[in-house]
Design a protein around this ligand. Structure first.
Ligand code: SF4
Ligand code: SF4
Length: 341
């Protein structure tokens, strides 16, 4: 990894340079919250945001995406790649970068590569920014507080300047052309270490660190705790909609009147939906809210780990805020803590 330093005042020039060739999407303030949105100038960007309502996942896996359109009369198919635009996701936190890396593990699986996700990913540069944790953040417990890969640039403010980790040649070239880049000194490296330590010390220590989550989830699979959680669940899917790592989708074919033209669309789905595991004939493999909530938590904290060697949950804390009845991985960690784990 290459490390360089730029002055903090050069961030606008870096964004402007990206804007010459890319749509720039960044965190912006909306009321008292923050969202990722396309911006026209650096002034719109709130780089010191705590977190956004939803993750930047929607730019690689849109909530609703037309995969192709067809015209049976003229025997034509309009290709999905026409709609993919070059884009920079600017100011992405480490947890979300790790979340996107988890999505990449799924959609870029060499056995079943997803060309739609791959097309978005190939057109997207990611510029990360180091953050300070909020009360609901537990990325440190999910090994997701550092972005070790899957970004093009990563900026850490080390006091009036950024230490820039460089992850790709294309982004390095933009950086070099836009900014007065210099090599990192020992003083910069020490400042970087201090910034990292300050972040580590700022995490909410009331969220229990349970190392044996997968084993415990298997051991307590039938515990009444899941019924208690399920009894609260509203099946609203808010948790899945804000989550950077929920990736389930449905496919819908829609015909226009006359049935000669139409489109195939992919839309987000969620395992917390009552009909998610319903199959032809009406059987539902997860008929109760308890079975659905349990499944979601198992996928986040157990099942994905077994296959990909890391948790699917990256501890971003968004579902903690989104869920109106306090169901989240933090509740699961606290349950195991109460059990004396
Ligand atoms: S499960 Fe919740 S905390 Fe974990 S990544 Fe998803 S939204 Fe973030
Ligand atoms: S766990 Fe919470 S946010 Fe998720 S579907 Fe149930 S009520 Fe909605």
């Amino acid at each position: 990894m290459l490390y360089r330093v730029i002055d903090e005042t050069e961030a606008p020039a870096l964004v402007a340079a990206f804007m010459e060739r890319y749509e720039v999407v960044a965190p912006v303030k909306r009321g008292d919250k923050y969202v990722f949105s396309a911006v026209d100038s650096f002034d719109e960007i709130a780089l010191d945001y705590p977190t956004t309502i939803a993750s930047p996942k929607k730019y690689l896996l849109p909530a609703k995406e037309t995969l192709f359109e067809f015209d049976a009369e003229n025997n034509e198919v309009t290709d999905y790649t026409d709609e993919v635009r070059p884009r920079v996701l600017f100011g992405v936190h480490a947890c979300d970068i790790n979340g996107l890396q988890n999505l990449s593990s799924v959609f870029n699986d060499p056995r079943y590569p997803d060309p739609y996700y791959a097309a978005h990913a190939a057109a997207t540069l990611i510029v990360g920014v180091a953050c300070m944790p909020s009360a609901n953040c537990f990325c440190n417990l999910m090994d997701a507080e550092e972005a070790r890969a899957a970004y093009d640039l990563f900026l850490t403010n080390i006091g009036g300047r950024y230490l820039v980790s460089i992850g790709s040649v294309v982004a390095a070239n933009v950086l070099e052309a836009a900014c007065d880049v210099r090599e990192a000194t020992d003083e910069d490296r020490i400042a970087f270490r201090a910034a990292t330590r300050a972040r580590q010390e700022a995490f909410n220590r009331d969220i229990p660190d349970i190392q044996e989550i997968p084993m415990l989830m298997d051991a307590f699979h039938e515990d009444e705790f899941w019924e208690e959680l399920g009894g609260r669940c509203l099946s609203c899917n808010a948790c899945a909609n804000v989550c950077p790592t929920c990736y389930c989708f449905d496919i819908r074919d829609t015909l226009d009147p006359g049935a000669a033209t139409g489109r195939r669309e992919r839309v987000w789905d969620a395992c917390t939906s009552p009909q998610f595991a319903m199959v032809a004939g009406g059987h539902n493999f997860r008929p109760t809210p308890a079975s659905r909530v349990r499944h979601r938590m198992y996928h986040k904290l157990n099942g994905f780990l077994a296959k990909h060697d890391r948790n699917l949950c990256v501890g971003c804390g968004r579902c903690v805020s989104a869920c109106k009845v306090d169901i989240s991985p933090i509740e699961v960690l606290k349950f195991f803590d109460r059990k004396g784990a």
